[in-house]
Ligand binder design. Structure first.
Ligand SMILES: CC(=O)CC(=O)O
Length: 273
């Protein structure tokens, strides 16, 4: 009898795995805030090979996302605790071989399957509580719709500490949408060893570029944004606190993932050096 499943725990029927096999289909309501942080703090979180963006070295975005996802067939959709999750993350901009890219140094998520699936893709996810003002199919006081003057908030906390708060007051439809999370995303897949003497020599250490298809996006609304990042024990994201806040954006975005591109193997370089 063999053990089956895409991820741990692998089991006789292959149904117990936390992350079912790709493709993974996603849709999410996004609250994105373009902002700038201290350029030195941005440079400090760049993985090897990424250089500060010469023209705009502090460009960052903060994203609160209310997600729904499923694998092929979509059976998780009618079992919502296996398909819904919320996230808060920061991306910073940089150059990779002369091309503008983004990378995610910090991200919190409220579901285990999305945490493990994120690690497979190189997102450094930790557990947190994330809340985002919801939209409903009625335009009532309790549900600020997509309309000028509506205020949409997001919060993230973890281990009893508030980590981030954002709010966007919508002013109208956006022509261009968010700018600071627009460039292609590269992340680092990293899995350490426990073998004595090899703790500094990870089993997996590579720079990867996200790939996706079947992308679709709703109309984008924009507005005036507020953003605060708060220090907490065991966290370093507050070094990327805003020095200036740009516009905020609200939209729905969908895509599918079943692949990524390996850009650079740090593990191979570590072995040969
Ligand atoms: C960004 C993500 O949400 C990634 C994932 O959970 O698969």
């Amino acid at each position: 009898m063999s053990l089956n499943g895409y991820s741990l725990p692998r089991s006789p029927l292959g149904e117990a795995n936390l992350v079912p096999a790709p493709p993974w289909h996603y849709v999410g309501d996004f609250l994105v805030i373009d902002y700038w942080a201290d350029p030195e703090a941005v440079a400090a979180v760049l993985p090897p090979g990424l250089e500060p963006l010469p023209d705009d070295p502090g460009a960052c975005a903060a994203l609160f996302v209310d997600w729904q996802s499923c694998s092929d067939g979509g059976e998780e959709l009618t079992d919502p605790s296996r398909s819904q999750y919320k996230e808060f993350f920061v991306v910073v901009n940089a150059l990779l071989d002369g091309e503008q890219v983004t990378t995610c140094p910090y991200i919190w998520v409220d579901q285990d399957f999305a945490l493990a699936r994120g690690w497979v893709q190189g997102f450094p996810k930790k557990l947190g509580d994330i809340w985002i003002t919801r939209a409903f199919d009625l335009n009532v006081t309790a549900a600020p719709g997509l309309a000028a003057g509506s205020r949409i908030g997001g919060t993230c906390s973890a281990r009893g500490r508030r980590l981030a708060e954002g709010c966007v007051t919508l002013t109208g439809p956006s022509d261009g949408g968010p700018v600071h999370n627009d460039a292609p995303l590269v992340n680092v897949r990293y899995f350490p060893r426990l073998a004595a003497g090899r703790h500094e020599s990870p089993a997996v250490h590579e720079l990867v570029r996200a790939k996706s298809y079947d992308r679709s996006i709703s109309q984008v609304w924009e507005g005036d944004a507020e953003l605060e990042l708060f220090a907490a024990p065991g966290e370093e994201h507050a070094a990327l606190a805003p020095t200036r806040v740009g516009k905020g954006y609200r939209f729905t975005f969908a895509y599918t993932i079943d692949d990524l591109e390996s850009v650079r193997s740090y593990a191979a370089e570590e072995v040969s050096s």
